[in-house]
Design a protein around this ligand. Structure first.
Ligand code: M6R
Length: 611
């Protein structure tokens, strides 16, 4: 995701900013830029691609200046191009802004600014900020921090921002709402960043801004205040974390950090996309193809690995709630057979990276055969995102852990939105749409409660870690969750785990079961609960240990089980979003128990760009 670094002091800002950007590289980004003030002269350099490309763009130019801001951008609005990279400037190129987050009402603000003569140079939501600040200063001839305060009150959405202006060459303004900003307190110099890892090379004394707070920094000091200009007293704290710890937000592994981010990830996937009152999903990325989607009579989902399992959950969601026939195909199989595609077929690629070769090949094949192509993609501007006709971004942020966790959960969330979108175009009633929308809004808190209870999984992890092999079983919506749960365990603990639809287990695989071969059975109290219980009895009769993932209403299932993985309850269609979370945590815990590093699973690559 995007990163911010800023400096004000007595040293040359440029090398400090470039070094700070490099420390933020781990977050993932697709373009970078710097803005430096030398007295009243503002110089801005930006470049798509890596920081090394920005350094090339800077060439030998010696840019003096002891105040500046810089940014790594992870594209959301507009592809990764120079014009969309930050900093963004006002019409007169006098002030520069870097921004993390999303401004939800940017389209209306932009239209209104354009009608008042402002010229925009990018496709970003961010660019409204410098123009609004310019407008405010023109109207009220106020100082920079007053203008920024007033602009932030017009914004809907989230932001971490840093602003410099040639008209206030001794000031650096920052603000935070939903996107982190930290101040680094040096001796006669100050730093700002979206992530303390960017400043730890210079100081360990930091102040974290809270939502709704702003700061004005000069070479002599800083002042923290609220959007209504009330003074806020905050003392610096001393961080004893290393830069590496900071990148993981103090967590021991990226895998854990990313699992813990899931409530926020789901909120980000949902943000601005639910019209609860009308029971609708608002998916801007599908607007241009909405009429074509109303007439599709078949949907083929193509994906690999975890994304394939997310697609299988999507299949159940869409068939049951929108009434469209859906098939899910492995990307690697799709183009080597003769898939039947008519003009009313849509082919949907699901991919975190947007670069998986098998999925990309499948979508190219579908396009060649005349299908409408769609994407559920996390990496903005990636090849699959660019080559599909339309799509929905996950907004999960960069996933560094090789074993997919937060991206998978965001894929399920987007499938729920897509189901609402397609369902409401067809048979789904407004009241059911409303119910789903309201329930979706509850999901982040329910996931949070699972994460908070993660210690309860430790005894089960200890028991599983000695197994020679095991089953993950589930029915209906939870069959693909069984597949994904087994994949997670295989990837990080190297225990041979097989996912099966519960009912299939008796057709052969049950031959494996004995007292050393445990099963995790995903059995929430839903429309297939009783069937799952029968399968559990079949396993028990052969001496198998049972760990049941279930909710509080599960009654006698508890006494049949050797351990319970407790999850809260939601509507059946959304239950998989909750059920996968403890299975991810369990795999992580088993890896630790066995002494493996879950961030470095053997033989695996994060993005598989070969066939
Ligand atoms: O980037 P993609 O979502 O297209 O990647 C697909 C698979 O390679 C990926 O989900 C893989 O299975 C993960 N390692 C699962 O944890």
């Amino acid at each position: 995701m995007c990163g911010i670094i800023g400096y004000i002091g007595k040293r040359d800002a440029l090398p400090i900013l470039i070094e700070g950007l490099k420390r933020l590289e781990y977050r993932g980004y697709d373009s970078a830029g710097v803005g430096i003030l030398d007295d009243k002269k503002l110089s801005v350099f930006r470049s798509p691609g890596k920081i090394s490309s920005l350094e090339k763009a800077l060439g030998d130019s010696t840019i003096a200046g002891t105040i500046g801001i810089a940014h790594t951008r992870w594209a959301t609005h507009g592809p990764p191009e120079e014009r969309n990279a930050h900093p963004h400037a006002d019409c007169g190129a006098r002030l520069a802004v870097v921004h993390n987050g999303i401004i939800e009402n940017y389209a209306e603000l932009r239209a209104s600014l354009e009608s008042r003569g402002h010229t925009f140079r990018s496709q970003t939501d961010t660019e409204v900020l410098p123009h609004l600040i310019e407008e405010e200063q023109k109207k009220k001839s106020c100082d920079l921090s007053t203008a920024v305060r007033s602009v932030l009150r017009q914004i809907r959405g989230t932001y971490g921002i840093a602003v410099v202006s040639s008209e206030a060459p001794d000031k650096l303004i920052v603000a935070r709402l939903g996107s982190p900003i930290v101040l680094g307190i040096g001796t006669d110099e100050f730093f700002v960043a979206s992530d303390a890892s960017a400043v730890l090379g210079h100081t360990h004394k930091v102040i974290f801004l809270d939502d709704g707070e702003m700061a004005e920094l000069s070479r002599d000091g800083y002042r923290i205040f609220s959007l209504d200009n009330s003074k806020i007293d905050k003392s610096p704290e001393e961080l004893d974390w290393s830069a590496e710890d900071m990148q993981k937000n103090g967590q021991p592994h990226f895998m854990l950090k990313e699992m813990l981010e899931q409530p926020e990830v789901i909120r980000n996937s949902l943000r601005g996309r639910l019209d609860v009152e009308n029971g609708l999903a608002v998916l801007g990325g599908l607007r241009d193809v909405a009429e074509r989607l109303r007439h599709i009579d078949r949907l083929i989902i193509v994906a690999c690995g975890s994304a394939y399992y997310a697609g299988q959950v999507g299949e159940y969601m869409i068939e049951e709630n929108a009434g469209i026939p859906v098939e899910v195909e492995l990307g690697s199989e799709f183009r080597y057979r003769q898939p039947i595609i008519t003009e009313n077929t849509a082919v949907l690629a699901v991919s975190q990276s947007g670069e998986t070769a098998d999925t990309l090949a499948a979508i190219r094949e579908a396009k060649m055969k005349g299908a409408l192509t769609l994407g559920i993609v996390n990496a903005v501007g990636s090849t699959i995102a660019r080559e599909t006709d339309a799509g929905v971004y996950n907004h999960a942020g960069p996933e560094i852990g090789v074993a997919s966790t937060k991206a998978f959960v965001s894929q399920l969330t987007v499938f729920a939105l897509l189901t609402l979108f397609l369902g409401r175009q067809r048979k789904m009633s407004m009241s059911y749409g409303r119910k789903l929308a309201l329930e979706l809004q509850r999901i982040p808190d329910l996931v949070q409660s699972i994460l908070a209870n993660r210690q309860a999984l430790e005894p089960i992890a200890a028991s599983i870690s000695g197994a020679k092999g095991m089953f993950y079983l589930g029915r209906k919506y939870n069959a693909p969750i069984a597949f994904e749960g087994a994949l997670k365990l295989k990837e990080v603990s190297y225990i041979h785990a097989e996912g099966y639809a519960s009912g299939e287990m008796k057709h052969g695989p049950i031959a494996l079961v004995d007292s050393s071969f445990p099963s995790v059975v995903i059995a929430p109290v839903d429309s297939v609960f009783e069937k799952n219980k029968s399968n559990i009895q079949e396993l028990k009769a052969r001496g198998g240990k049972i760990f049941s993932l279930t909710d509080e209403d599960s009654g006698d299932l508890r006494s049949m089980s050797d351990g319970i993985i407790a999850v809260p309850k939601t509507v059946e269609m959304l239950q998989p979003i909750l059920d996968i979370v403890p299975l991810q945590l369990l795999a992580y815990q088993v890896a630790l128990t066995k002494g493996f590093d879950p961030d470095k699973p053997r033989n695996l690559a994060k993005s598989v760009t070969v066939e």
